[in-house]
Design a protein around this ligand. Structure first.
Ligand SMILES: Nc1nc2c(c(=O)[nH]1)N[C@H]1C(S)=C(S)[C@@H](COP(=O)(O)OP(=O)(O)OC[C@H]3O[C@@H](n4cnc5c(=O)[nH]c(N)nc54)[C@H](O)[C@@H]3O)O[C@H]1N2
Ligand SMILES: Nc1nc2c(c(=O)[nH]1)N[C@H]1C(S)=C(S)[C@@H](COP(=O)(O)OP(=O)(O)OC[C@H]3O[C@@H](n4cnc5c(=O)[nH]c(N)nc54)[C@H](O)[C@@H]3O)O[C@H]1N2
Ligand code: SF4
Ligand SMILES: [Mo]
Length: 697
């Protein structure tokens, strides 16, 4: 022991090492971490202090990630169902027994109904490249299984923005440091994207004004300079009215608009119909608040709009983002450093990743397979007209019974005795409890991988810190084993992790540097302005204020407010029966989607599920704080304690989301109530257009 370590009081252990990694969660921040491993056991986890984005901080979920890794509830060996579906009774079996059963059942299903009767189901439970994309698509392509449309998170935003700008590429959020006006529009930065907040505060210290536009008074709204609270699903009317004011009061940057957009005159005519008085009615806002927001947006530069995912989950979710992308063009915001629209930067990362090298669409061998949207899992499982039926379901990286809307339909489907379900999981989630076979999955501590980020520009390296616990395997190893058990001798299904990464990244990414440093920054325009020269990759080369592409899709060619059917301006009969708009947001600092609520130091620390109601709506229904209420619509009913808060405005109620069935009084979670209508385009889902009624239980 040296004098120095003695002085610091550190003990040097015989077998202690420090391993650097990157968080795998479906979270924009992709933080760098450092694990101390002693005798093969991870004993300490900290944020990696030199990480260029997260700078040493993790979050209240992942600070206790070791509790998750070493939880006594981890699934550490294959399990076979021994009781009724959903009861959660299982007996351990060996990997070879489990694989034998799976192969036999899949072959049988394929023989009887064809390969499309097999449905893969995954999301971004681990968004690392191998874990998310590694071998799974190859396996299901080779099989000829149904294709899962993975649209529950993000694509709608990208497809919306693309209709205006020709691309989903947008402003690096770290450029917000240079902004003087920041509109946080439908994003709860302090909760969902916490490592961006220091950048917002830095801009503020330079005099920036921060405005939050959200139907809920979130913790981000609490910290803003101004808060605008429209009714859910109505923002397009607000945007059109802002445009009305920009045109009316001469705030349009005509030089930029004439040079870099098409369709301005048509748009100007179109938005004449949207004075603040009209939008105020639709959105439930004071016209003066709209005037003031539009004046700020027309006069303060650089002006940045920051959005993430939350606002896409409406029937008009793609149109929301198509319309939002028009605003920066009107004021010429893209010419300023720190101006424009900031969203996911995943597209910059996608540009250096060869997805086809992972997916190998050639393995379909010319077959065309049907597509099933993940958000309609319930329908896919219970629709008797579906030909072929879904007869086998393979789930990994996801907990659909909690996370997919219209969840009771999912439950009815999972309960089908004739459905063969395999779930690869770390825990016995609500979904896993319905499996015929559960297979044990590693955590991020146990498998090396590359982690893409959608909130910053650094790809991260994750070095495995410990050996896989028990008999758990990574997602790529799962598919290697499944392929072997099925008797597939296609070499592409046996590729090792190194080869997969080299094939998908090798051309454009310096893998050695990524591994040595722990991160590698993907290319982004040097002066910080994604469209500094005013050219856009649309057919016209300009920002398309009118869009022929949309017209060809049967959508309005101009930004247009189409009220959601399940909302106050939609189906009047439905609204008469269920007059409250339900939001089911991410709300808890210790939850990451449904991933932590069942852990003893995460779930209980967040209390219990509840329904949040405004004082007006509570009074009208005789509800008092703490009373037990029924929250219901045609899909389901939940029994929950009432919280009367100032976070929601009259007409809106909230059931926070992320809890598991057994944590809800009646076993049903927030998504039992939610709408599974797909978004206008982009393949997303409108779970935030859900109408309910609340009554004393
Ligand atoms: N702590 C924590 N962090 C997370 C997650 C988590 O579960 N917990 N999940 C991660 C994931 S998967 C994602 S996709 C991101 C999402 O990150 P965000 O998009 O920032 O978060 P959301 O809570 O989905 O939605 C943001 C806000 O949109 C608002 N919203 C809903 N409808 C409307 C509308 O019509 N108009 C407007 N203006 N706003 C609307 C909601 O009230 C919510 O406050 O967060 C990630 N980070
Ligand atoms: N009502 C409502 N519904 C929503 C949302 C909402 O805000 N409200 N948010 C939506 C959004 S934005 C998203 S992204 C989805 C999230 O939906 P999901 O991705 O289904 O959400 P998670 O709860 O994170 O489930 C991921 C699961 O993957 C498992 N897992 C983690 N790592 C690995 C691994 O390496 N291998 C395997 N095999 N499994 C692993 C975890 O244990 C966890 O159970 O939910 C959507 N649904
Ligand atoms: S969940 Fe998000 S904020 Fe938390 S450590 Fe992971 S990447 Fe960072
Ligand atoms: Mo998400």
């Amino acid at each position: 022991m040296t004098a120095l370590t003695e002085a610091l009081g550190q003990r040097i252990h015989a077998d202690e090492r420090v391993v650097h990694g990157t968080c795998h969660h479906d979270c924009p921040d992709s933080c760098g971490w450092t694990v101390t491993v002693r005798d093969g056991v991870a004993v300490k986890l900290r944020g990696r202090s030199d990480h260029p984005y997260s700078a040493g901080e993790l979050c209240p979920k992942v600070n206790r990630f070791l509790d998750r890794v070493y939880s006594p509830d981890r699934v550490l060996q294959p399990l076979r169902r021994t009781g009724p579906k959903g009861a959660g009774s299982f007996a351990p079996v060996s990997w070879s027994e489990a694989l034998e059963e799976i192969a036999a059942r899949l072959h049988d299903v394929i023989e009887r109904h064809g390969a499309e009767s097999v449905l893969p189901f995954s999301d971004a439970g681990n968004q690392s490249l191998l874990a998310c994309s590694g071998l799974s698509e190859r396996f299901f392509h080779h099989l000829g299984a149904s294709h899962l449309v993975r649209g529950i998170c993000g694509p709608t935003v990208g497809h919306g923005v693309r209709m205006t700008n020709g691309t989903g590429l947008a402003l690096d959020p770290l450029e917000l440091r240079h902004s003087r006006l920041i509109l946080l529009w439908g994003t709860n930065t302090r909760l969902t994207n916490r490592h961006l907040w220091p950048t917002i505060e830095a801009a503020r210290a330079n005099g920036a004004k921060v405005v939050v536009i959200d139907p809920l008074r979130t913790i981000t709204a609490e910290a803003a300079d101004e808060f605008v609270q429209p009714l859910p699903g109505t923002d397009i009317a607000l945007m059109l009215s802002m445009m009305h004011v920009l045109v009316r009061d001469g705030f349009v940057d005509r030089a930029w608009v004439d040079a870099h957009t098409i369709g301005f005159d048509e748009l100007a005519e179109h938005v004449r119909d949207w004075p603040p008085s009209r939008a105020g009615e639709v959105c439930g806002l004071e016209p003066a608040a709209i005037e003031s927001l539009a004046h700020d947006y027309g006069t303060i530069r650089p002006a940045a709009i920051r959005t993430l995912i939350g606002a896409e989950h409406h029937e008009n979710g793609a149109m929301f983002h198509r319309t939002l992308a028009v605003l920066p063009a009107l004021v010429g915001a893209w010419r300023d450093k720190g101006g424009g629209l900031s969203r996911s930067v995943g597209s910059y990362q996608d540009a250096v990743i060869d997805e086809a090298a992972f997916d190998r669409p050639d393995l379909l061998a010319g077959r065309s397979v049907r597509s099933i949207n993940m958000s309609r899992l319930g329908e896919a499982l219970i629709d008797e007209r579906l030909d072929p039926p879904v007869a086998a379901l393979v789930v990994w990286n996801a907990n659909p019974l909690v996370t997919v809307p219209n969840a009771e339909a999912v439950r009815r489907g999972l309960a089908r005795e004739d459905l063969f379900t395999v779930v690869h999981e770390q825990f016995l989630t609500d979904t896993a409890r319905y499996a015929d076979v559960v297979l044990p999955a590693t955590t991020q501590m146990e498998a090396s991988d590359v982690v893409p980020a959608w909130g910053h520009l650094w790809l991260g390296w994750n070095e495995a810190a410990i050996e896989p616990l028990g008999e758990s395997v990574s997602n790529t190893e799962l598919f290697r084993r499944l392929a072997a058990a099925m008797g597939f001798d296609e070499p592409a299904l046996r590729a090792d992790d190194e080869t997969l990464l080299a094939d998908a990244l090798g051309d454009l990414v310096d893998l050695a540097a990524l591994r040595a440093t722990g991160w590698w920054r993907v290319p982004y325009p040097a002066d910080g302005r994604p469209f500094g020269d005013g050219t856009f990759p649309t057919a016209s080369g300009k920002v398309e204020l009118v869009s022929d592409v949309l017209a060809a899709m049967g959508q309005p060619r101009l930004p247009t407010f189409v009220p959601p059917r399940e909302g106050p301006h939609g189906d009047a009969d439905l609204f008469a029966r269920y007059p409250l708009q339900l939001l089911t947001p991410k709300h808890h600092a210790r939850f990451l989607n449904s991933s932590y609520s069942a852990l003893p130091k995460h779930g209980p620390a967040e209390g219990e599920p509840f329904v949040e109601v405004s004082a007006d709506d509570a009074a009208a229904r005789g509800l008092t704080d703490g009373a037990i209420a029924r929250v219901f619509n045609d899909r389901a009913e939940l029994t929950l304690p009432v919280r009367i808060t100032g976070r929601v405005r009259p007409g809106v109620v909230v059931v926070p989301w992320g809890w598991w069935g057994w944590q809800h009084p009646d076993g049903r979670t927030a998504n039992a109530l939610t709408n599974d209508t797909l978004t206008d385009w982009g393949g997303g889902v409108a779970y935030s257009d859900t109408l309910v009624e609340v009554a004393l239980a």
